[in-house]
Design a protein around this ligand. Structure first.
Ligand code: ZN
Length: 377
């Protein structure tokens, strides 16, 4: 058992100064004072002057590496456990991406199990950018029902020259397969959507919702901060009931070409009245960050970083005046709820003991606890 004393708890809603008691991998009590537990066998950790938050949930990471759009030499490396811990990420959602030829779902699953053994929680998506989807069992529905790690499919690419140039019917069909898989196994069955910079933007998602029986909330589109135009479309999508995710990994080239910083996009969306429950940020860690010229030729490629998730949360608070509970929710409670990870993304009795202790002034990460184990001090 471990007792965190007198922490300023954001659950992510502010709870005030509390003691938090964990036993094994679970939070068993949150109360004003739990001095009765200060006895032999309980490790007492003074957390006064620190902010205690849920462990961060990073809803999109290429844990086995991604990219390769500039040839084999541009393949990006795997995410390491140290990268997750340094970024306060205690739950990660692994995805394939552009390359489902030299990278496989079998490898993604093996990496998921490895990271679990190293202490964090991992879920993943079957499929990749492309349809028909790559799967393990031969069907998207069977993959989600029968393979415990798989909670949906993705990231399926739309509005992107690297995607499968899907029709409304093709996208609706795979969404239905994921939806049924989710229902049968009590999982989200969500369709993670990679949105490229193509001119059609999010229109196919509205078409699916209008022309078929699949609701907008079946989709979880990411990279919505790619441009001002896509952000406007994303805010409209959220107001119609959809979810939107902003990518925190970036660089000067991408920002110069029109990307909106994730922290700023979060602030703008909240100002437009989008509920925080429909907004998330993810790192797109270990993705390639390709830069194409006007003719579509690759001219530069960098690697996404998981730690950008925490950095964007801090930037949202310190630079764009987003309230701390909202900034935290975008990387804890909101993604956990959208992905139906009921024991993740919050501080409460009975949930998994995934927590970060932050410096109360700088919001720097000072301690990471995942499934009850201290991973960084
Ligand atoms: Zn993507």
């Amino acid at each position: 058992m471990k007792l965190f004393k007198q922490a300023n708890v954001y659950a992510p809603r502010p709870l005030g100064v509390k003691d938090v008691l964990i036993a094994g991998s679970e939070i068993i009590e949150v109360a004003d004072e739990l001095t009765q537990f200060e006895h032999a066998g309980v490790e007492v950790i003074d957390a006064s002057n620190q902010i205690l938050t849920p462990g961060f949930v990073d809803s999109l990471v290429h844990i086995t590496g991604g990219g390769g759009e500039g040839g084999f030499v541009t393949r990006t490396p795997e995410m390491t456990i140290n990268e997750a811990i340094a970024g306060g990420v205690t739950t990660v959602i692994g995805v394939l991406g552009t390359d489902s030829i030299t990278r496989s779902l079998e490898n993604l699953l093996a990496k998921s199990y490895a990271l679990e053994e190293q202490g964090i929680s991992v879920f993943s998506y079957t499929g990749s950018y492309h349809l028909p989807a790559v799967t393990i069992t031969g069907s998207v529905t069977r993959d989600i029902v029968l393979i415990d790690k798989f909670i949906g499919i993705g990231e399926v690419a739309i509005a992107d020259h690297r995607g499968s140039q899907l029709t409304v019917q093709e996208l609706a069909k795979v969404a239905s397969e994921a939806r049924v898989g989710g229902m049968l196994s009590n999982k989200a069955g969500i369709v993670s959507i990679h949105v490229g910079d193509g001119s059609k933007g999010l229109s196919i998602l509205h078409q699916v919702a209008t022309e078929t029986d699949i609701p907008l909330s079946q989709f979880y589109p990411t990279h919505i901060n790619r441009s001002d135009e896509l952000l406007s479309q994303g805010i409209a999508l959220a107001k119609a009931g959809g979810y939107i995710d902003f990518t925190t990994s970036t660089n000067e080239h991408i920002l110069a070409s029109g990307e909106v910083k994730a922290a700023k996009a979060l602030a703008i969306s909240l100002k437009h009245g989008v509920p925080i429950s429909q907004i998330t940020m993810s790192s797109d860690g270990n993705a390639s960050l390709p830069i194409f010229d006007d003719s579509g030729k690759l001219i530069d490629l960098q690697v996404g970083e998981v730690r950008s998730l925490h950095e964007a949360m801090v930037e949202a608070v310190q630079t764009f005046d987003v309230p701390l509970p909202d900034a935290l929710a975008s990387i804890t409670l909101s993604p956990a709820n959208i992905l139906q990870l009921h024991n993740k993304g919050r501080i409460a009795q009975g949930v998994d003991a995934d927590m970060n202790l932050l410096n109360q002034d700088s919001l720097a990460i000072e301690m990471v606890v995942a499934k009850g184990k201290l991973l960084k001090v």
